[in-house]
Write a protein that binds this ligand. Structure first.
Ligand SMILES: NC(=O)c1ccc[n+]([C@@H]2O[C@H](COP(=O)([O-])OP(=O)(O)OC[C@H]3O[C@@H](n4cnc5c(N)ncnc54)[C@H](OP(=O)(O)O)[C@@H]3O)[C@@H](O)[C@H]2O)c1
Length: 268
C-alpha cells in the first residue's frame, strides 16, 4: 500500500518521519511539495514526485498536509488522477467533507494529529465520510497508531476534540509555565530545577493514572488528606480555576467557528 504525502511543512515532515520509523508502513511513501527544492534531499526516505497529480496516480492513501487556503488547488490537481478506491486524508479540521466533496467526492477522512506524535504516545483524532467502509477505517487506524492512540469522532465533534488533543499540549504547557513562575517567587531553588521537578511529576502523574486506571479525583484524594497541606492548594484550584477553564473553551471554540468560516470562504 503506497502512502502519498502532499505538503512538506511542519505536519508533512512529522508524518514522513513517523511513517519511515513505523512497522505498520510496509509499502512505499511518496512525497510532493509546492516548492520542489525543499524535498529534493528526501529521496532516501520517500519517492519524490514532480507533481501532486503524479503522486495521486501512484498512491492508495493521499494525505493533504497543506493549509486550508491551499486545499482547493490540491484537490483540483489530483481529482482526475486519484485511484477509484484511494483514501484521501485532510489534516485540516476547518474544511468540511461537504466542501471537499464539491471538488472531489471520494473516500475521505479528517485526521488531527498532535505535536506529541513525535513521542509515539500521542492521541490522534479521526473522522470518516460516508464512503469509508470498515476495512478502510481499520487501514487508517493502523496507519496512525504508529504515533499512539487513535480516537474516532463524528465530524461535528472534531472541533472540541481538537481542543482536547491538538491544542492541549499548549494549554498544559501554559498552565505549568504559570505554576513554575509562581513557585519561583517563593523559593531560591533555581528555575531549571523547578521546571524539571514539576515536569517529571507531571509525566509520572499521567503514567500513574493510565497504568493504574486512576481518575483525577482518586489522585487528589490520595494526595490531599483532609485538613492537610495539599488540600489547601486543591481547594484554591477547585474554587478559582473552573471560571478560567470555562472562559478558555468559550474563547477557543468561538475562534474555531470563525476560523472554519474563513477557511470555507478562502476555499471559494
Ligand atoms: N501545525 C500543527 O500543529 C497542526 C496540527 C493539526 C493539523 N494541522 C493542519 O495541517 C495542515 C498543514 O499544517 P502545517 O503546520 O504543516 O503547514 P505548513 O508548515 O505551512 O506547511 C504547508 C506545506 O504545504 C505545502 N503546499 C502548499 N500548497 C501546496 C500545493 N498546492 N501543493 C503541494 N504542496 C503545497 C507548502 O509548500 P511550500 O514549501 O511551497 O510553502 C508547505 O510545505 C493545516 O491544514 C493545519 O491546519 C496542523
Amino acid at each position: 500500500m503506497n502512502i502519498g504525502i502532499i505538503g512538506y511543512g511542519s505536519m508533512g515532515k512529522m508524518l514522513l518521519e513517523s511513517f519511515v520509523r513505523s512497522e505498520n508502513v510496509t509499502g512505499g511513501i511518496l512525497i510532493a511539495n509546492r516548492t520542489r527544492e525543499k524535498i529534493g534531499h528526501l529521496s532516501s526516505m520517500a519517492t519524490v514526485c514532480g507533481s501532486n497529480a503524479d503522486l495521486a496516480s501512484r498512491s492508495d492513501i493521499i494525505i493533504m498536509c497543506v493549509r486550508p487556503v491551499d486545499i482547493r488547488t490540491v484537490l483540483e490537481d489530483i481529482r482526475d488522477e486519484i485511484r477509484p478506491d484511494a483514501i484521501l486524508i485532510s489534516l485540516n479540521g476547518s474544511v468540511s467533507f461537504g466542501t471537499i466533496g464539491k471538488i472531489l467526492r471520494c473516500k475521505t477522512c479528517k485526521v488531527i494529529p498532535s505535536l506529541t506524535a513525535e513521542t509515539g504516545r500521542s492521541q490522534t483524532l479521526v473522522c470518516h465520510n460516508d464512503l469509508m467502509n470498515d476495512s478502510d477505517k481499520e487501514t487508517v487506524k493502523t496507519l496512525f497508531e504508529c504515533m499512539g492512540n487513535v480516537t474516532v469522532l463524528p465530524e461535528d465533534e472534531m472541533g472540541m476534540g481538537s481542543e482536547l488533543v491538538s491544542c492541549m499540549p499548549g494549554f498544559i504547557a501554559s498552565v505549568f509555565d504559570v505554576i513554575c513562575d509562581s513557585a519561583k517567587k517563593h523559593t531560591s531553588i533555581p528555575e531549571e530545577q523547578i521546571v524539571s521537578m514539576v515536569l517529571n511529576t507531571l509525566c509520572a502523574t499521567g503514567e500513574l493514572m493510565i497504568d493504574k486506571g486512576m481518575t483525577f479525583e482518586e489522585v487528589v484524594d490520595r494526595v490531599a488528606t483532609k485538613g492537610g497541606i495539599t488540600e489547601e492548594g486543591t481547594k484554591v484550584i477547585y474554587e478559582k480555576f473552573p471560571a478560567i477553564s470555562d472562559e478558555l473553551f468559550e474563547k477557543t471554540l468561538e475562534k474555531r467557528r470563525l476560523t472554519a468560516r474563513k477557511a470555507e470562504e478562502a476555499f471559494g
